[in-house]
Design a protein around this ligand. Structure first.
Ligand code: GLN
Length: 551
């Protein structure tokens, strides 16, 4: 039997949004480079049971695991950096823990007892953390706490992590605190005081960080390290500078170079092993070398929100690396796109992606983007909603079913080409009532999708309520649409593509979640290859695209 795992607890200080998810993912990568098995989880202090009901404008993308959990986007970083398929065990929220505790209270499990944050909620949190350690067979479990030290809702989580050190044994636990060093423009000074306060707050809770990872936009100055070490009571070498970089995938290399892997190994008494980051280094080199610009339009309604389409963006970039391209993503607001401006807005693009989404806002712009791609032979990749809008467009403009729509956007439409999935019909809860998680898809031989995958059967992750309406199959296929992927269990259309088009492929699932920097998803790869071919050809407007990607 494997010995019980070691734990690395990662907290954040000073400000949010300084890359805690990427840092945790990078720690995982440098441990994996020493052949340690790694598992990883995110503790999210908000009260929502999961982020599935949150607006991407507020919370960014919702990442879906193989078992269908709707989770924090940091799990996407974890999967991309560490290349482990995660499950619902890797994202725990306050909402989940409270829901469990309250259910047990109602059931009478605590009869006579007063239910309190300590011990009941903290016990719930600890149970989740330990369960992942037991079930994953990992050597090291990395646990990221969302938010910033000092947040009221984060306190039960920090208390639980403090208690775990006693329970699991101090030799098996370490704390990493990711902080931000403030730079004063007028004097050019890098200030450590906010970090000192943040660590003081952490120590007040009973957690003494072993490592300070210091995100900074400027290099350490003479004395920065020593000052932080002295005031925050960590060893000099455990103060790790983490200068901002353009390429997030380079972070593992910087952390390793700064000695983080060595310190973690020593503090957790893990066996010393050679570090092999050669393939990761090669990946970074290939990224640096991939400089040919490719103009890709991403047409969505959350294009102004940070990270709303982060996995889609990353998947496009991964396919770019594989083809020596540096995609320049044009973020197009679908609410503002219509027939009158589309020529100007999409002039010169090499490819168009329509990602997932919910609700009627901005739909017509996405439908129009599909039409534009179809009639102008521009490579198109539709993801979930991007399949549904492409089907609506085809029905309206090729089959001449003018009122064709999805039931989601027009409940009264005479031609519901997209409709609710049969077994979810009538579902009223908004949370967790979708087709979620990995589902099989049988590929139709001879199609572009089948050629791209190179296999007969694939499993892909879903998150949607609506489906292609099978009543329209015959009419669509007779008019030139190919059904290139079918769910064999439920006879649902999972992939469509168009004959007589360089690459018009749309999928009911989310291939973006399984793309890796060193292994792009086959459909993104196929799309980028088609876009590259268009960019290399004399397609009108290619020059304009080149110019805009340089600026
Ligand atoms: N809103 C659509 C549905 O529920 C598409 C969902 C998505 O794009 N993830 O089916």
């Amino acid at each position: 039997m494997k010995p019980s795992p070691k734990y690395i607890f990662v907290t954040g200080g000073v400000v949010s949004g300084i890359g805690k998810g990427v840092t945790c993912a990078s720690i995982g990568r440098i441990l994996k480079a020493r052949r340690f098995e790694v598992s990883i989880m995110k503790l999210d202090p908000y009260i929502n049971v999961d982020p599935g009901t949150m607006s991407p404008a507020q919370h960014g993308e919702v990442f879906v695991t193989i078992d269908g959990a709707e989770t924090d986007l940091d799990l996407g970083h974890y999967e991309r950096f560490i290349d482990v398929p995660l499950t619902r065990a890797s994202n725990v929220t306050s909402g989940q823990v409270y829901e469990e505790v309250i259910k047990r209270e109602r059931r009478g499990d605590f009869l006579g007892g007063t239910i309190q944050v300590i011990p009941h909620v903290t016990d719930g949190i600890k149970r989740h953390v330990k369960r992942l350690g037991e079930e994953s067979e990992a050597d090291v479990v990395i646990v990221e706490v969302g938010g910033t030290v000092g947040d009221i809702e984060g306190l039960p989580f920090l208390e639980a992590l403090r208690q775990l050190r006693r329970e699991i044994g101090p030799e098996n636990v370490m704390y990493v605190h990711l902080t931000f060093l403030v730079h004063i423009g007028a004097t050019g000074e890098l200030k450590t005081k906010p970090t000192q306060h943040s660590v003081a707050t952490l120590r007040g809770i009973g957690i003494l960080p072993d490592i300070l990872a210091c995100r900074t936009d400027f290099p350490f100055q003479p004395g920065t390290r020593e000052k932080l070490a002295l005031f925050c009571d960590v060893e000099d070498e455990a103060v790790i500078p983490l200068e901002s970089v353009d390429n997030i995938y380079a972070v593992p290399l910087f952390l390793e170079e700064a000695g983080l892997g060595r310190i973690i190994t020593r503090k957790l008494s893990l066996p010393e092993r050679p570090v092999d980051l050669r393939s990761w280094q090669r990946l970074i080199d290939r990224m640096t070398d991939a400089t040919r610009p490719l103009d890709i339009a991403l047409v969505g309604k959350y294009v102004h929100a940070a990270d709303a389409y982060i996995s889609v963006e990353q998947a496009i970039r991964h396919a770019g690396i594989n083809n020596g391209q540096r995609p320049n993503i044009r973020w197009i607001d679908s609410e503002r796109l219509d027939a009158s401006n589309i020529d100007a807005v999409l002039a010169g693009v090499d490819g168009i992606v329509v990602p997932g989404g919910f609700g009627p806002r901005g739909i017509e712009g996405k439908v129009e983007a599909g039409r534009y791609a179809r009639v102008n032979n521009i490579p198109y990749l539709g993801l979930c909603l991007g399949l549904q809008t492409a089907v609506i467009e085809f029905a309206r403009n090729v089959l001449h079913l003018e009122s064709a729509n999805s039931i989601e956007f027009d409940a009264e439409t005479g031609d519901p080409v997209i409709w609710p999935m049969p077994d979810h019909y009538g579902a009223i809860d908004m949370g967790g009532t979708m087709r979620l998680g990995e589902q099989p898809c049988l590929l139709t031989p001879g199609t572009r999708a089948a050629a791209a995958y190179g296999v007969d059967l694939v499993n892909e992750r879903h998150r949607h309520r609506m489906e292609f309406n099978n009543d329209y199959r015959e009419r669509m296929t007779a008019a030139g649409m190919e059904l290139s992927g079918i769910n064999p269990d439920k006879d649902l259309v999972e992939i469509i593509e168009l004959h007589d088009h360089p690459w018009f492929v749309a999928v009911q699932f989310h291939p973006e979640f399984t793309s890796r920097p060193d292994a792009p998803h086959p459909l993104f790869d196929g799309f980028v290859k088609a876009a590259t071919a268009r960019s290399d050809s004399d397609a009108p407007g290619v020059e304009i695209a080149r110019q805009s990607s340089v600026s």
